[in-house]
Design a protein around this ligand. Sequence first.
Ligand code: SF4
Ligand code: SF4
Length: 316
Amino acid sequence: MTMLEPLEACNLTCERCGRIREYEPVLHCMLPLDDALRAVEQSGAPIVSVAGGEPTMYPQLPELLNELIKRKYFVYCCTNALLLEKLLPQVPPSKYLCWVIHLDGMEDRHDVAVARRDVWRVAMRAAKKALEQGYRVCCNSTLFKGSQKDDLYELYETVTKMGFEGIMTSAGYDFAMVPDQEVFLKRQESHDLYADILNDGALRRFRFYNNPLYPDFLKGKRHYQCTAYSNPTYTIQGWRKPCYPLASEGHIQDVNELFDASLWERYGVGKNPACANCMMHCGFESAMILKAFSSPREMAVLVKGIVSNKSGVGAS
Ligand code: SF4
Ligand code: SF4
């Protein structure tokens, strides 16, 4: 998957956000549309996750999405949904497009997480409208210290009843620039919380969009090494090196530098302190799929999950 960030500005100021802090000097910059399309081609991945910042603030988002859809990329547009309703008439529904709405809990908890009242209500209104108009809609729900099982179940239940296609979940990455590091879960804390939340009943009741092996990874029952080179991230400053959460080696202009094996000797669990608590999709979902190709047992779990339609992997 290519992670494409056409801007880093946002209409929210979430306390746990690394992007708006890390890119503060260039928050006014926008990626030229041609550069964005060139980056997608250069990376060569069939799936594009459009994020930021808040992508709906990018003036050329309709052109970008419509062009990617025309070129038959599967596009996941990650948004806080505050501006989504206005955008819908400019981007027709397509099987290639999915809106991924940021929802970290029910109304009270989500509005605290994003540091503004009414965000949850506006986002849910936009989601309802999008679903009524035939768009694919998912949600992206990030866990932090203090995330509550009951609150999350209520959210999962609500979006499931509304017709969301799936729920993506992961522990939040502990961005170094976020002043309050106490909000982030350590690796073992993530395992403990997910062991409670992603029990068998929840996995049957709710449709998670992660691949079928990912819940066991979150619970600490499966272990993988990071393969974030499979999800290069392009921003207004170039490709982040090494990965989506981390730009410790700056930004580069040639995506091929990210595929250099020697880079990955320095990053991953147990290799770098910045990776110690990371459980991000961009690092580990592809690791599971790659490993399944050499492990018949893991491939069996993966295929069973896809066939039973509990995973968005099958839908794509
Ligand atoms: S909505 Fe997303 S990009 Fe915007 S401040 Fe919050 S976490 Fe950052
Ligand atoms: S584990 Fe992988 S995805 Fe996570 S910070 Fe390290 S290199 Fe990046």
